[in-house]
Design a protein around this ligand. Structure first.
Ligand code: NAP
Ligand code: MG
Length: 396
């Protein structure tokens, strides 16, 4: 490896898996070159979260990062880790610096059949990660009165729209988005579609939301027409816009194999639906793609806290490491592509194949065995499973 990968270590069970993956599946086979950042909660607390900021800036510099799941602190974690502050979600912090879009895709293996039988290829959800209801302002209206939307321009000019004349109590919500954020969402989606040679679908409710959602639709169309039309033609892929309700119907009837770009809330809801329908969260990968050309790969699941407490008590765990391994292979492949290092790309490919083959041969973790159609699965513990993948890799 000529350029380092930015390595972001994390918490709990996934931190344990992280070490095992490196020792068993990476270090013996490649000249692993990483710039290490410990995003474990203790180090975030000790550095006042500076380590998270540093890791994000390193990602802007080196362009490829791989991240372990991390704890997002809450009240209980404040006590558990004796925190100085309730540090923000590392993913939120990194996303704010990289300004990216998150793409989530399932890992398909034979024997784990999606609930939607015709989904034979993965559906990747691209979720816009800024604004709308996630940055809203709300008022609980106590009684009769007039509600207006007011915009005051820099020069003081006001634009007003009546929202509602309340006759009694009610509720109000103000949401926003920025053109800058929508353009970068659109570019991330078209770029990732071209990168992975998949069609791009986008859906909103522009017939009802004639200015808000329509702006999303218009910006996507403009970016497509001016920047991506020719490239899509050359690659033989398509851009397709439709209403969100029509999209839902089409997605269910589809075979998969495309990227579905969603606004923030739609993406939140649809990604959980898609993940569940394909199997479970432990088989979902996630990549944050920044308009600056930086990529951050991770598993879609969290730190698997319950398994970690078992592990601490000395009990055996059977935690599925596949999504975390795929975070590594995604990052290694991208590093290889950017550096013209074909051997590295080939290794990433081979390691993914080894994961899939191991499960398809019936060797798996507990949670996978529960959703697998495999007749007599061999249920392995966390380390045994990683060693089984290693054995498959050695035999490929
Ligand atoms: P989680 O860690 O994803 O785990 C939820 C449950 O899903 C687990 O208890 C386990 O079920 C099952 N599961 C998830 N991944 C699995 C795997 N690889 N193998 C086997 N089973 C798996 O979510 P959470 O419990 O809500 O969150 C735990 C911590 O993770 C929190 O502190 C949260 O802040 C953090 N988190 C981080 C990220 C991230 O860094 N991207 C994302 C989400 C959550 P059973 O216990 O029933 O076996
Ligand atoms: Mg959600």
């Amino acid at each position: 490896m000529t350029t380092p990968l930015v390595e972001m270590d994390g918490d709990e069970m996934t931190r344990i898996l992280w070490q095992m993956i490196k020792e068993e599946l990476l270090i013996p086979y490649i000249d692993l070159n990483t710039e290490y950042y410990d995003l474990g909660l203790e180090m975030r607390n000790a550095t006042n979260d500076q380590v998270t900021l540093d890791s994000a800036h390193a990602t802007l510099k080196y362009k490829v990062a791989v991240k372990c799941a991390t704890i997002t602190p809450n009240g209980a974690r404040m006590k558990e880790y004796n925190l100085k502050e309730m540090w923000k979600s590392p993913n939120g912090t990194i996303r704010a610096i990289l300004d990216g879009t998150v793409f989530r895709a399932p890992i398909l293996v034979k024997g784990i059949v999606p609930y939607v039988k015709n989904w034979t290829r993965p559906i990747t959800i691209a979720r816009h990660a800024y604004g709308d209801v996630y940055k809203n302002t709300e008022i609980k209206v106590p009684g009769p009165g007039r509600a207006e939307l007011v915009y005051t321009a820099a020069d003081g000019t006001e634009t007003r729209e009546l929202i509602h004349e309340f006759k009694g109590a009610g509720i109000l919500q103000g949401i926003h988005n920025t053109e800058e954020s929508i353009y970068s969402f659109a570019r991330a989606c078209f770029g990732y579609a071209a990168d992975t040679r998949q069609d791009l679908w986008f859906s909103t409710k522009d017939t009802i939301s004639k200015k808000y959602d329509h702006t999303f639709k218009d910006i996507f169309q403009e970016v497509y027409d001016t920047e991506y039309k020719n490239r899509f033609k050359e690659l033989g892929i398509e851009y397709f816009y439709t209403l969100i309700d029509d999209a839902v119907a089409r997605v269910i009837r589809s075979q998969g194999g495309f990227i579905w770009a969603c606004k923030n809330y739609d993406g939140d809801v649809m990604s959980d639906m898609v993940a569940t329908a394909y199997g479970d969260l432990s088989m979902m990968t996630s990549v944050l793609v920044s308009p600056s050309g930086a990529y951050e790969y991770e598993a879609a699941h969290g730190t698997v806290q319950r398994h970690y407490y078992k592990h601490l008590k000395g009990e055996e765990t059977s935690t599925n490491s596949i999504a975390t391994i795929f975070a590594w292979t995604g990052a290694l492949r991208k590093r290889g592509e950017l550096d013209g290092n074909e051997a590295l790309c080939a290794f990433a490919q081979k390691l993914e194949q080894a994961c899939i083959k191991t499960v398809e041969e019936g060797k798996m973790t507990k949670s996978l065995s529960l959703i697998s159609t495999c007749k007599n699965p061999v249920i392995l513990n966390s380390l045994e499973f990683i060693r089984a993948i290693r054995a498959t890799l050695e035999a490929l």
